[in-house]
Design a protein around this ligand. Sequence first.
Ligand SMILES: [Zn+2]
Ligand SMILES: [Zn+2]
Ligand SMILES: [Zn+2]
Ligand SMILES: [Zn+2]
Length: 353
Amino acid sequence: MRTFNCACGQILFFENTRCEACGRDVGWCPACRSISALEPAGEGRYTCANAHCGADLVKCSNFAVEGVCNRCVVTADGQPESESPLCDSCRYTETIPDLSVEGNRERWATLEAAKRRLFYALDLLGLPYGRKEDGFEPPLAFAFKGDVVPPEGLWRAMGEAERVYTGHADGQITINIREADDAAREQLRVDLEEAHRTLIGHFRHEIGHYYWDLLVRGQCDDAFRELFGDIDAPSYADALARHYEQGPPAGWRQNFVSAYATMHPWEDWAETFALYLDLTSVLDTANQLGIMKPIPFDDLAGMVDRYRRLGLVLNELNREMGLIDVVPEVITPAIQTKLGFVHDLVRRAAGRA
Ligand SMILES: [Zn+2]
Ligand SMILES: [Zn+2]
Ligand SMILES: [Zn+2]
Ligand SMILES: [Zn+2]
């Protein structure tokens, strides 16, 4: 992610809604793809203050009314399409948490912020996606849902019917809103012995399943099977049961990006896809901030090498502060081959191959 500038010169970040220096409202302008100052134009309308842009904008309804977004919508002929327009990111959220539950608005805001970062990365790579309303197949949608919690809040003792599973099915990405609680999520990370457990990581993993449906299924099944294995042998259910009984096979780090990736070819793909988004997002940020000589996104070997060297530095800086490693995985030749498969498919889908 890059940083941006307010009309007053102050540096702005991707999540900002207000300039700390001059107090202007700021938000995402889809016309110039920047966080920019919003000059009031009356009746809830704004003008993008970026000199080369000047687009007529209204705030996304989830920005103006709900306070969980910071994006704007370009108005056509000075009028928004509807009374309460939703932005390019919020339009994809089909189910929101129960806002009568304390803390759920904050959880929703945290989830939406991670989702906007995901969309930024997809757009950066030029990946296609779309909604049912746009006739896109498979249509992409998000559901942010909480468990139906028993009165004592003992979610561990809950029945299956009340539990919400984070996952992907037919284009719909469901995230259990408990993942937006730092303490609960960190507890799960420790319980499941994961190197990382983050909201953006969930989005990057689940969108990987979406792109399997979009880019692999029925298009390059044989090449996929050769690298990742047979999706039908064992079945997903059998693979899941085996994984939770026996754990990952010995020496898995040679071939898999995480222990979870060893479970089934679909999870291996999703974990590899998530690593690809980690890698491209981190490199884009490094490029934008001028930390290193910018690297183009066409040469995977160069990207992996740069990510490895950057990871070394970032991990040491984090260790200095007692934090977990930013880049926990070791990208072996086998993992790099799988990343190469993802890289080629992404570039082809974006028309950049
Ligand atoms: Zn300012
Ligand atoms: Zn603009
Ligand atoms: Zn929005
Ligand atoms: Zn998965």
